[in-house]
Design a protein around this ligand. Structure first.
Ligand SMILES: [Zn+2]
Length: 275
């Protein structure tokens, strides 16, 4: 997801802890340098951190704003043929809801031409057969010339919509995902910045929050043939207070640009020391 988000360094938080625990401070503070577990729980104080899921009301608002924008036909949609958009909307209305929507060119990129269809096929197989999800693949017309056995497999196990070769696919991807409801996810490495800005400041923030909880990134197929994905995080990676402070920080470890750090400071005031 492009640029790093900003997080404080461990040294900075260390200074804060040092200040809170200074001699003469009547407040008693305890700190723990932790990694949050996969289900979003602090191993030190056992609190669940606030999740990334949008409130249903927030999602409905985002959904209606976004779907309306596609009707009005902002610039971003005029890059595609109006008839194509109309056909796509009809297709989605007939086949939705989907559990997952796949940007096929994104999944089939960074690989030699003859392996593309195979890679996409493996991803479809993973979601449709292993995860039992209802899959929509958004592709381009030129893909129909890809390896026939793979393409037949993909068409058999997923709903497929092939856009004109020049069309921008991310509006379609987002449209189908949002139309399908709050639980639907999508596979893409696209940052979707244009969409965020088109939605304006307030709705754009909600869009980003939604994106962080719904976007799966395809990384690669490993040597054992296993699909490597980056799933969205359960916890909202920002400082939060709920009887204890939990502050994510940058521990200086190299990480992929789209990934937030896993390291947190858990900071709480001990109030029951004198019982
Ligand atoms: Zn904690």
């Amino acid at each position: 997801m492009g640029k790093y988000r900003w997080f404080p360094l461990r040294e900075t938080l260390f200074e804060i802890v040092h200040h809170l625990k200074r001699d003469g401070n009547p407040e008693r503070w305890t700190e723990a340098w932790i990694k949050i577990t996969k289900n979003g729980v602090c191993p030190s104080c056992h609190q669940s951190l606030m999740g990334t899921e949008l409130a249903n009301r927030e999602f409905r608002k985002l959904q209606s704003t976004f779907l309306k924008k596609t009707l009005i036909g902002d610039d971003i949609y005029q890059r595609s043929h109006p008839l194509e958009l109309k056909n796509f909307r009809k297709f989605v209305e007939e086949h939705a809801p989907f559990d997952i929507v796949i940007d096929s060119l994104n999944v089939a990129s960074k690989i030699s031409q003859h392996k593309r269809s195979f890679q996409l096929r493996k991803v479809v197989e993973y979601f449709a057969l292993e995860k039992h999800m209802k899959v929509l693949v958004i592709g381009r017309k030129h893909m129909k010339k890809w390896h026939q056995t793979d393409m037949n497999y993909i068409i058999k196990h997923a709903s497929c919509f092939f856009l004109e070769n020049i069309s921008k696919d991310d509006p379609y991807l987002l449209y189908a995902t949002m139309y399908s409801g709050p639980k639907t996810m999508f596979v893409s490495s696209d940052e979707m910045r244009d969409h965020k800005y088109l939605l304006g400041e307030v709705m754009g923030e909600i869009f980003t929050k939604w994106q962080r909880s719904r976007q799966i990134q395809f990384l690669r197929i490993n040597k054992q043939g296993k699909i490597m994905l980056e799933w969205p995080r359960k916890e909202n990676v920002k400082a939060q207070f709920n009887s204890a402070w939990h502050i994510p920080y940058d521990n200086g470890e190299v990480r992929p640009s789209w990934q937030d750090p896993f390291t947190w400071l858990c900071l709480r005031q001990s109030t029951f020391d004198f019982k």
